[in-house]
Ligand binder design. Structure first.
Ligand code: NAD
Length: 279
C-alpha cells in the first residue's frame, strides 16, 4: 500500500504529503489527478498532483482539510499507509508554445499550478503567474513558483501581501495594459474565481482553460457524477477533463451540483471532527 513519506502543514488547514507511488510518478503529466481511499470504508477523494519526482518515485499532494475524508487524511502520519492510490487520471493539459501564458492560481488552487507552469515554460512560453489568497498565511508555494515562472504577481484579499484585491483585478490590469499580449490564460482555484477569470478574459477574446473540480466518484468515466455542461454538451470531468475551455463551461450548473450534498458533507465532517477531537 502507498506509504506517506513526508508531511508538512503549509497553513492551518492545508497539508502537503509526499506519497510513495513510483508508477504514477513515472507516467503523470501536468493537469492530471489521483483518486485515493484512506481505508477500506473510505470514500474516493480526487486530488490534483502538485508535483512528482521520477527519481525517488514520490508524488506530492496538497489538500485542504475541508470535509470528513480530507480531515482524516490530514490526521495520518509519516509512515502510515493509504489503502489505494489510483492514477494518473484525467486528460493531461494540452501544452503548446503559444507565446505569453498567464497562469492564475487562487487559494488552494495555487498548490496545483506548478506542473502546468513548468510545462508551459519548458514549451518555450513566457509565463506570468498570478497568485491570490485571502491572506499572507494562505499564500502557498510562492518561492517555488518564482523558480519556474517568468514573473509572479501576488495579491491578497486583505492586503497582507502583494496587491490588495482579487487575482482578477491583476488580470484585468494586465489585459487593459496592452503592452504585452496575452495568448492564453490557465486558471485553477475556487469555482467563483474561475468563473470571474472567464468574465474578464471573454471580452478580450483570450482563450481560457479552467481546471474543474466537480464531485467525482469512480473517476474513470462510468458513473457520470462529475458531469459538467461545456458548450451545451455533457462532459465528464474525470475523463474529458479536468481541464476545459472556460468560456464554454456552464458555471451556474457546476455550482449547483457542487452544493447538492452540502448538508450531508457538513454532518459527516462534524462526525469526523468529533472522532479526531480536533474541533
Ligand atoms: P478562496 O475563497 O480563499 O479564494 C482564493 C482566491 O481566489 C482569492 O484570494 C481571490 O484572489 C480569488 N477569488 C475567490 N473568489 C473570487 C471571485 N468571486 N472573483 C475573483 N477572484 C476570486 O479559495 P479557497 O478557500 O482556497 O478555495 C477553496 C475552494 O476551491 C474549494 O471549494 C475547493 O474545492 C476549490 N478548489 C478547486 C480546485 C480546482 O481544481 N479547480 C483546486 C483547489 C481548490
Amino acid at each position: 500500500m502507498p506509504k506517506i513519506l513526508s508531511k508538512e502543514r503549509l497553513a492551518s488547514n492545508i497539508v502537503q504529503i509526499e506519497v510513495e507511488a513510483p508508477l504514477i510518478a513515472k507516467s503523470a503529466k501536468p493537469g492530471q489527478f489521483v483518486v485515493l481511499r484512506i481505508n477500506e470504508e473510505g470514500e474516493r477523494i480526487p486530488l490534483t498532483l502538485a508535483d512528482k519526482d521520477t527519481n525517488t518515485g514520490k508524488v506530492t499532494i496538497i489538500f485542504q482539510e475541508a470535509g470528513a475524508s480530507t480531515k482524516l487524511l490530514g490526521s495520518l502520519k509519516v509512515g502510515d499507509e493509504i489503502k489505494n492510490l489510483l492514477g494518473p487520471l484525467g486528460t493531461p493539459a494540452h501544452i503548446n508554445k503559444v507565446g505569453h501564458v498567464v497562469v492564475v492560481g487562487g487559494g488552494v488552487g495555487i498548490a496545483e499550478i506548478y506542473p502546468a507552469i513548468k510545462a508551459y515554460k519548458e514549451a518555450g512560453n513566457q509565463v506570468t503567474t498570478i497568485i491570490g489568497a485571502r491572506s499572507k498565511e494562505l499564500l502557498l508555494s510562492e518561492s517555488k513558483l518564482r523558480g519556474v515562472s517568468s514573473e509572479v504577481k501576488v495579491c491578497t484579499d486583505d492586503g497582507s501581501c502583494g496587491q490588495k484585491g482579487f487575482v482578477t483585478e491583476i488580470l484585468k490590469e494586465m489585459i487593459e495594459d496592452h503592452s504585452k499580449e496575452i495568448n492564453l490564460v490557465y486558471a485553477v482555484g475556487p469555482v467563483p474565481m474561475m468563473e470571474a477569470v472567464c468574465h474578464v478574459t471573454a471580452p478580450a477574446k483570450i482563450k481560457t482553460i479552467v481546471s474543474l473540480n466537480p464531485i467525482m466518484l469512480d473517476a474513470t468515466g462510468m458513473c457520470g457524477v462529475c458531469r459538467v455542461t461545456v458548450g451545451g454538451e455533457t462532459k465528464f470531468g474525470c475523463v474529458d477533463g479536468p481541464e476545459f475551455d472556460g468560456h464554454l463551461v456552464d458555471f451556474k450548473e457546476l455550482k449547483a451540483r457542487l452544493s447538492a450534498y452540502k448538508d450531508k458533507e457538513q454532518e459527516s465532517s462534524n462526525h469526523v471532527c468529533k472522532l479526531l477531537s480536533k474541533c
